[in-house]
Design a protein around this ligand. Structure first.
Ligand SMILES: NC(=O)c1ccc[n+]([C@@H]2O[C@H](COP(=O)([O-])OP(=O)(O)OC[C@H]3O[C@@H](n4cnc5c(N)ncnc54)[C@H](OP(=O)(O)O)[C@@H]3O)[C@@H](O)[C@H]2O)c1
Length: 273
C-alpha cells in the first residue's frame, strides 16, 4: 500500500491521520511531520505513526498531504523541492493557495491536487472539494478522493471555483454554528433554561441535517411540510423574510468569496515582493 505523509499534523492533519487509521490504513504506511518534538511524541504514542522531517517524508512517501497554515508554506515547499521523488503526488489542504504556486516551486511535472476541506473532518464528516493542478490526471484525483472519503464526502470542482467553495463549505460550518447560537438565544428569550434550549436546537439541527443528507426531499419541500396554514412556522418565516435573512446569507457568502480572492492575491503579491 502507498506510503502517505501528512506535513503539519495540527487540527486538520491529525484529523486526517486519525481518519486514515479508522479507514483501515496501517500505521506503518503513515508518516507525519511536526515542528515541536513534544507534539510529535504525543502523536506517535496516540496513533503509532512515525514523525519524520519534511525531507524524509519527501524521500519516503508516495503521497504527501500539506496541512500547514498557508503562511507557513514557503519553507515546507523549499524543503520538499529538494527531496521529492518524481512520481510523488502532492495534495494541498492550504486555503487559498493555488496549485500553480506548488508547481512553480516543486520539480517540473509534479502532480498537485488542491483540496478545500472543512472542520467537520474532526468528526469524520468533512466536505472536501478537490481540484487537479495542470500535471494531475483523473487517477490522481481518484487517489485523493479515496483518501479523503475516510473523513467525509468529496466533490471535484475546477480550481476556478475554489474561492466559491471556500465561502460556501469551507466557512459553512461557522454559519450553522452562528445560527444555532442565535436560536439558543431565542430559547433563552422565551424563558427556557440554557441547557434545554441547547439540547432542543442541537438535536433539531442533527435531525434536519440527517433528513437532508438521507435525501428525504428538497429543502423547500421539507420546509413546506412543517409550514402549516395559519400555523406557527409561517409566522416565523414572515419575520425571517421581513428581516432579509435570505438576502443577508447571499451577501455574506459573496463577501466571504471576495475575501478568499483577496487573500489569494495578497499571497501572490508577497511572493513577488
Ligand atoms: N481548520 C479549518 O477550518 C480549515 C478548513 C479548510 C482548510 N484548512 C487548511 O488546513 C491547513 C491546516 O489547518 P489547521 O487548522 O489544521 O492548522 P494548525 O492546527 O495550525 O496545523 C498546522 C500544523 O502544521 C505545523 N507546521 C507548520 N509549519 C511546519 C513545518 N515547517 N514542518 C512541520 N510542521 C509544521 C504547525 O505547527 P506549529 O504548532 O508549530 O505552528 C501545526 O501543528 C491550513 O492550510 C488551512 O488553510 C483548515
Amino acid at each position: 500500500m502507498a506510503t502517505i505523509a501528512v506535513l503539519g499534523a495540527g487540527k486538520i492533519g491529525e484529523a486526517l491521520l486519525s481518519g486514515l487509521l479508522h479507514g483501515g490504513r496501517s500505521p506503518g504506511d503513515l508518516l507525519f511531520t511536526e515542528r515541536h518534538p513534544e507534539r510529535a511524541a504525543e502523536l506517535e504514542s496516540a496513533y503509532g505513526v512515525t514523525g519524520v522531517t519534511v525531507a524524509e517524508a519527501a524521500r519516503r512517501a508516495d503521497l504527501l498531504v500539506v496541512a500547514v497554515k498557508p503562511q507557513d508554506i514557503d519553507p515546507v515547499l523549499a524543503e520538499l523541492a529538494q527531496a521529492l521523488r518524481p512520481s510523488s503526488l502532492v495534495v494541498s489542504l492550504c486555503a487559498g493557495l493555488p496549485t500553480a504556486l506548488f508547481e512553480r516551486t516543486l520539480p517540473e511535472g509534479t502532480p498537485v491536487v488542491r483540496v478545500m476541506p472543512n472542520t467537520p473532518m474532526l468528526v469524520g464528516e468533512a466536505m472536501s472539494a478537490v481540484s487537479p493542478g495542470s500535471h494531475a490526471d483523473a487517477e490522481h484525483v481518484r487517489q485523493v478522493t479515496d483518501l479523503l472519503s475516510c473523513v467525509g464526502k468529496v466533490v471535484e470542482v475546477p480550481e476556478s471555483q475554489q474561492d466559491a467553495v471556500t465561502a460556501l463549505s469551507g466557512s459553512g460550518p461557522a454559519y450553522f454554528f452562528y445560527l444555532v447560537e442565535a436560536m439558543i438565544d431565542a430559547g433563552i428569550l422565551l424563558g427556557l433554561p440554557r441547557a434545554v434550549a441547547e439540547q432542543l436546537i442541537v438535536q433539531s439541527a442533527v435531525g434536519a441535517a440527517t433528513m437532508l443528507a438521507e435525501g428525504a426531499g428538497h429543502p423547500v419541500l421539507l420546509r413546506e411540510a412543517v409550514t402549516s396554514p395559519a400555523g406557527t412556522t409561517i409566522n416565523a418565516i414572515r419575520e425571517l423574510e421581513k428581516h432579509g435573512v435570505r438576502a443577508a446569507l447571499l451577501a455574506a457568502i459573496e463577501a466571504a468569496r471576495d475575501r478568499s480572492v483577496e487573500l489569494g492575491r495578497a499571497h501572490e503579491d508577497s511572493e513577488r515582493a
